[in-house]
Design a binder for this molecule. Structure first.
Ligand code: NAD
Length: 261
């Protein structure tokens, strides 16, 4: 066995670190996914921007000179229509639903698992043969601090992100002999529409927005600010770059110290 290829540390293509590579980003129409698409394109990758929202998928594709794919990732059959010849797979699409466990709607719970666990599995199955053939691949799963810790009223999300952590580790173990790494990034609260909606809900329920941000969302976070989507994207690009071939099966917290606290 070629140990260099097995470690996934082969020399990057000439030019930008990801030139000659193709990346597929799910949930690329907004927030973290859009920032990842922009950063991966800036690093030289050709980008497939996947989103259920047609307008935003096309807007991102236009911004990065990539290709838009309008797909509902809850639909397993639709995933088969996506390109499989990609070197970098960023499983990012997701959504939140807040409700007490006893009242958590089954339909929402099951949809969360389909979008945030089953779709990543199906996309790995879809893309791994190409990565293995090339002896190089990077899978980055956008998990969360909620892949490592629980919060009240987030049963569907916490269950899905913990499952994604396990799936990512299995992909790391199985991918290693083929030059394929798989990692999670674990952001705290990021300035995206997903968090803006939570802030709106919290503000409507009582305290003002600033109060809700400081005393609810950032209560456990020593660094008292929201994370920017571009900061998550920079970590994703690093995980796909030349210096991280030995980093696999890991969970990279970007949480301002939330999980340390
Ligand atoms: P966002 O709402 O800004 O973007 C999510 C995107 O995913 C949207 O464009 C949406 O249309 C797309 N999407 C949702 N369901 C889909 C489906 N069924 N099929 C295809 N696309 C779908 O959210 P974001 O904050 O950028 O979140 C992106 C990821 O980051 C999610 O997995 C989320 O759990 C994770 N995350 C977010 C935060 C945060 O604070 N914002 C923190 C940790 C982890």
């Amino acid at each position: 066995m070629n140990t260099v290829a097995a470690a996934g540390s082969g020399a990057p293509a000439p030019g930008s670190v990801l030139s000659g590579r193709t990346a597929l980003v799910t949930g690329a129409g907004s927030g973290i996914g859009r920032a990842c698409a922009v950063a991966l394109a800036a690093a030289g990758a050709a980008v497939h921007a996947v989103d259920v929202d047609a307008a935003s998928a096309h807007a991102t594709a236009l911004a990065v000179g990539g290709k838009a794919h309008v797909v509902d990732l809850a639909d397993a059959d639709a995933i088969a229509s996506l390109p499989g010849d990609v070197d970098v797979l960023v499983n990012n699409a997701g959504f939140q639903h807040v409700a007490p466990l006893e009242a958590f709607p089954l339909e929402r719970f099951e949809r969360m698992q389909r979008v945030m666990v089953t779709a990543p599995l199906l996309l790995m199955q879809h893309c791994l043969p190409h990565m293995r053939r090339g002896g190089w691949g990077r899978i980055v799963n956008v998990s969360s601090v909620h892949g490592l810790r629980a919060s009240a009223n987030k049963a569907g999300y916490v269950a899905a992100k913990h499952a994604l952590e396990g799936l990512s580790k299995v992909a790391a173990v199985e991918g290693a002999p083929h030059g394929v790494t798989s990692n999670c990034v674990n952001p705290g609260y990021v300035r995206t529409p997903l968090v803006e909606r939570q802030l709106d809900d919290l503000a409507a329920a009582g305290p003002g927005r600033e109060e809700a941000l400081a005393h609810v969302l950032l209560d456990r976070t020593p660094v008292k600010r929201l994370l920017e989507p571009e900061e998550v994207a920079a970590a994703v690009v690093w995980l796909c770059g030349p210096g991280s071939g030995f980093v696999t099966g890991s969970s990279l917290t970007l949480d301002g110290g939330w999980t340390a606290n």
